[in-house]
Structure formats: structure tokens, C-alpha cells
Design a binder for this molecule. Structure first.
Ligand SMILES: Cc1ncc(COP(=O)(O)O)c(C=O)c1O
Length: 450
């Protein structure tokens, strides 16, 4: 082991507290130390090349170490790295706002920047709340969200989230949120015959809207795929139906595209699958190609114009972060969007999806891979003790983690969501690389469940 690697390990062990990590478990193992990254590979301090099967927390788009993005950031550094946009503006922020308005669904004409997915959600929640206060009076103070939702880890985002394991500790601190059934078919709450589903989850959504009429200020959802809730792919038509219900009940629809945006589902934005324009949209993760923290919340004219009233106390949106519209992040985002155009990244994802379709057939034959599912460049399944009737493994066995450990041994770095094992590699992954990842995953499941 080199001295550099030794130093990293010592500093890590003594000073670093890791996110979403039970530290006693972490400290018992020797952590993987990443020294560099290129393309889809993470290169460890001892020279191993691991495939980045989760796109470094679902955000890497064009591969690691892209010179196009690095050069854009370097060039911007020479001009300035960060200046505040509280009351003034700058080129990269304004140009990126224009380009985001151009590529997002029709009607989203105004961009508010923040730093990451959770803050994009906070901006969405607060702007919807204030819009309701300005336009509809003070009774509309509650949010409607979905069960199994995940929108980030700041307190507003946690309040609208619904992942018991992550959120239970914080319940007493949270504001009230009404939750409707998840449209995610793998966790369907109804006894639905999957070949003929009348979407009772959508009917219930309407009943909830009616029950809480006059109290709700927005409905927030992850369109098409609920990510951290377990890679739950929604019933087809739910998103469109939800849009129609929001319009009917005068409720702004917030589409949290932090995970699914920027090509992940085979469309630039997941809302495009059902031709839906939300009233508010949250973007982060892939916005900078996975290089720098930057987020954007887009709103439609109606919401933006509510803030154009004469009373500054009522109509100023009192929200902002020191690094709002960071110029380096904006430069990285502009270079990322250029690469999307130049390399036809989204069309490439649709090609890769065909490969996942074939792989799904193979995985369905595995006796312990349940609910095999895919969308765009998302591939997931539940590791189960028995498929019919479904019987999960005892959580203490940590089967999802064991499959991921077996995959890491073979050169694929992935992280489970409980016993949900999934692949969401960088969008730039080639067909050959994706085949290799799937083969590794298949062998890992077989080895662990045999
Ligand atoms: C749908 C969704 N919203 C929000 C977030 C929070 O993003 P961040 O981790 O950048 O705060 C995530 C993160 O995984 C997410 O999947």
C-alpha cells in the first residue's frame, strides 16, 4: 500500500463521517479508496478498475473526466468562479436559464437556481406555498405526495418523503403532508391483475384531492420512476392522469426530475413519456453531468407572475443560497447540454434499453430475482427468498448488500436499496460495457442465492 493511500485511510478513519452509512459497520471493513476516474471506471488507489454501476449516486451522464466539461470550467475560472446573483446577474447563469427553458416541457419559463436535489425541492415547495398564499389565501398549507416518495434530506424534502427507514427518526420535526398510494407497480397496494389494471391508485389520488380540497397547495411526485423508494416504475398513464387531476382541482403539479431528468428514462425528461407539462420542475444531479453541485427549479408563467405584485413583502421570494447560480456549475451544465446534443445521448439510452429488455428475460429465470424491471437506463429487481407467492428474505441477511459485495469482487460497484438491487450506470456506457455489467450482476445473484 502506498503512503498516499495509507494517509487517506488514516484520515478517513479518524475524521470522516459518511452519509447514509452506519459507521461501526463501515469501520469494520477496509473501504475502497478511489484515486481517479475515467469514463465509466473508478480507479482505486491499488490500481483496480471498477465499473461505476450507480453513476456516482445516479448523476454521472457523459462519463468521468470529460475534457469538454473540465475545459469549460477551467475557462470560466479564469473569468470568475463565483459572484452572487442577489440583485445582479452573469452570463453563464442567464444562458443556462434560457437553455433550460428551451429544453424542458412547454410552459416552464422561469428558472430559480440552488445547489442540489433537495434544495431544488425546497424551492419548489416554498414557491408553491407562497404562490398559494398570494393567490388563494392562507388555508392551503398542506402538500400532497406519494407513498414511497424520496425527495432529498432537508426537512421540507423529508416531510414530503415517505421512506420509513430513512425518515422515522425525524417525524416529530416534520410538517404535515398527505400521502396517496404509490403508482409503482412492484409495490402495488391493490390486488390488481397486472394484465388489466384500472389504476385504483389514480382513483384514490382524486379522492384524496377531494377530501382535502381547499387545504392543499401542491402535489409533488417523481414522474415515471420512484428512485430511492425502490426503483418503482409507475403504471403507464398515471402521470398523465395525475396532471389532469391537478388541473381539475387547481393544484400545482411539482415534477421532481432530480433522478429521472437528463435522459435517465430514455427521454430528456421523464414527463415527456406522457406528454406532461408540470407547473414546477426540479432538476439537479445530471444537470452538470455529475461534476459540480448545481440545481434548478423551473416554474410556469402563472406561478412566476404571482410574484410580480406591487407589495415587496408579499411578493418577494425570500429564498436563496450563497452559491446560487455558481458560475462554474453553470459552465459545467452548459458543456453538459452541448454533449447531449453532440453525442445524441438520449437516443443512445433508448438503444441500451433494448439490451435491458433482453436481459430482463434472462434475469426473470433466476429463482431469486423478483419483479425484474427496467426503464431507459435503469435496471432493477428484488432479491427474494421465493417469487410466488412472494416471500422476502429476512432483512438481517442483508441479501441486497451481499449481491452488491459479490458484484464488487467482480469489478462492478453498485449499492442496494434494502433488497432491491439495481444498475443505473453513466448514460455514456457502451453496449459491451452494459453486457459486462449485466453478466457480473447475474453471476453475483446466482452465487449469493444458491
Ligand atoms: C427524486 C429525488 N429528489 C431529490 C433528491 C435529492 O437530491 P440530492 O441528493 O442532490 O439532494 C434525490 C436524490 O437521490 C432524488 O432521487
Amino acid at each position: 500500500m502506498s503512503n498516499d493511500e495509507k494517509k487517506v485511510r488514516e484520515n478517513d478513519r479518524s475524521c470522516l463521517w459518511h452519509p447514509f452509512t452506519w459507521m461501526p459497520g463501515y469501520l469494520k471493513r477496509e473501504p475502497i479508496v478511489i484515486a481517479s476516474a475515467e469514463g465509466i471506471y473508478l480507479i482505486t488507489a491499488d490500481g483496480r478498475r471498477l465499473m461505476d454501476g450507480v453513476a456516482s449516486m445516479w448523476l454521472n451522464v457523459h462519463g468521468h473526466g470529460r475534457p469538454e466539461i473540465a475545459n469549460a470550467v477551467t475557462e470560466q475560472t479564469r473569468k470568475f468562479s463565483h459572484v452572487s446573483i442577489f440583485g445582479q446577474t452573469h452570463g453563464p447563469a442567464a444562458e443556462l436559464a434560457r437553455r433550460l427553458v428551451e429544453i424542458t416541457p412547454a410552459g416552464l419559463n422561469h428558472v430559480f437556481y440552488s445547489d442540489d436535489g433537495a434544495t431544488a425541492v425546497e424551492v419548489a415547495l416554498k414557491s408553491a406555498f407562497q404562490y398559494a398564499q398570494i393567490k388563494k389565501g392562507t388555508t392551503r398549507t398542506k402538500y400532497l405526495a406519494l407513498r414511497h416518495a424520496y425527495h432529498g434530506d432537508t426537512l421540507g424534502a423529508v416531510s414530503v418523503g415517505d421512506i420509513e427507514h430513512f425518515h422515522h427518526t425525524f417525524r416529530p420535526m416534520l410538517f404535515e403532508c398527505i400521502h396517496a398510494p404509490s403508482p409503482g407497480c412492484p409495490r402495488c397496494e391493490y390486488d390488481t391483475d397486472m394484465t388489466y389494471c384500472e389504476m385504483p391508485c389514480l382513483e384514490e389520488l382524486e379522492r384524496v384531492m377531494e377530501r382535502h380540497a381547499g387545504q392543499l397547495c401542491a402535489f409533488i411526485m417523481e414522474p415515471i420512476v420512484q428512485g430511492a423508494g425502490g426503483m418503482l416504475i409507475a403504471a403507464e398513464g398515471y402521470l398523465k392522469g395525475a396532471r389532469e387531476l391537478c388541473t381539475k382541482h387547481g393544484l400545482p403539479l411539482i415534477a421532481d426530475e432530480v433522478f429521472v431528468g437528463f435522459g435517465r428514462t430514455g427521454r430528456m425528461f421523464a414527463c415527456e413519456h406522457e406528454d406532461v407539462s408540470p407547473d414546477i420542475m426540479c432538476l439537479a444531479k445530471g444537470l452538470t453531468g455529475g461534476t459540480l453541485p448545481l440545481a434548478a427549479t423551473l416554474v410556469n408563467d402563472e406561478i412566476y407572475e404571482a410574484f410580480l405584485g406591487d407589495d415587496p413583502k408579499q411578493c418577494t421570494f425570500f429564498h436563496g443560497h450563497s452559491y446560487t447560480a455558481n458560475a462554474l456549475g453553470c459552465a459545467a451544465a452548459l458543456a453538459t447540454l452541448d454533449l447531449f446534443e453532440k453525442e445524441h445521448t438520449v437516443a443512445h439510452v433508448r438503444e441500451l434499453e433494448k439490451l435491458l429488455e433482453k436481459a430482463a428475460e434472462r434475469f426473470r429465470e433466476l429463482p431469486h430475482a423478483g419483479n425484474v424491471r427496467f426503464k431507459g437506463l435503469i435496471f432493477a429487481f428484488d432479491v427474494v427468498a421465493r417469487k410466488t407467492p412472494v416471500e422476502p428474505y429476512d432483512a438481517a441477511l442483508r441479501m441486497g448488500q451481499r449481491v452488491c459485495d459479490a458484484a464488487a469482487e467482480r469489478g462492478l460497484l453498485i449499492r442496494p436499496l434494502g433488497d432491491v438491487v439495481y444498475l443505473v450506470p453513466p448514460l455514456v456506457t457502451t453496449e459491451a460495457q452494459l453486457r459486462e455489467m449485466l453478466d457480473i450482476l447475474y453471476d453475483a445473484v446466482q452465487e449469493v442465492t444458491e
